[in-house]
Design a protein around this ligand. Structure first.
Ligand SMILES: [Mg+2]
Length: 220
């Protein structure tokens, strides 16, 4: 394997989901009904094909769940989930070694990218890691969430690389590892407990291990 680019999932990959959930507990308790409905909607969206207009369908499904109009549903999604919930990220630290790893990959001549199932740009700013990336892909804007192939193809198009030159790094086995492998990318799984018979090319929990694995053995 000889890669030219590394693409990262954001949530649960660049920072700990546990830390984020802890920080967002007061928020979650206040919005518990909406949060549960939104989770159900996102799960349904992951399984739905084809989707003509992602945000429209998301608002329709969410409105149906809550018994409110599409317009009201869209407003709640924007204010509660995309805006207020994301503000929590200001207080969530990155995993140790993320910055050093991205910098080391760039220094080694690798392109770096991020992809997320939520709007990316604002999130990178809140986490304090904007301006580092060759490509930033919001899967919502592509029109499909992971593990559908479209977000991964959008990454490859932006990077200008074939899949066999790209490593995708993510914490979800189902969405990240299986999604990336299905389009022919390499996949690294961030996890404390690697899957049995994992199809990931590498599993890790500390970023220095990922850095070493990529830079020592699999690049250039
Ligand atoms: Mg994730």
């Amino acid at each position: 394997m000889d890669i030219n680019a590394v693409a990262f999932d954001i949530d649960g990959t660049l920072y700990s989901n546990d830390r984020m959930h802890l920080q967002s507990l007061p928020f979650a308790l206040r919005h518990i009904r909406q949060l549960k409905a939104f989770r159900r909607v996102r799960l349904e969206l992951r399984r739905t094909r084809p989707i003509e207009d992602f945000h429209r369908l998301q608002a329709e499904l969410f409105g149906r769940e809550l018994g409110v109009s599409v317009g009201k549903a869209a407003e709640i999604i924007e204010t509660v989930f995309y805006d207020r919930w994301e503000q929590v990220l200001r207080r969530v630290p990155l995993f140790p070694g993320v910055r050093e790893t991205v910098a080391a990959f760039r220094d080694a001549g690798l392109k770096v990218a991020v992809a997320s199932d939520f709007p990316v740009a604002r999130k990178l700013g809140l986490l304090g890691i904007d301006g580092l990336w060759d490509c930033e892909v919001s899967t919502e804007e592509v029109g499909y969430l992971k593990p559908n192939p479209e977000p991964f193809h959008a990454l490859l198009d932006c990077l200008g690389e074939p899949p066999e030159r790209v490593l995708y790094v993510g914490n979800s086995y189902r969405y990240d590892v299986e999604g990336a492998k299905a389009v022919g990318m390499y996949a690294a799984h961030l996890t404390r407990r690697p899957e049995r018979d994992s199809i990931a090319d590498f599993s890790f929990y500390r970023y220095d291990r990922l850095r070493q694995w990529v830079l020592t053995d699999h690049h250039g």
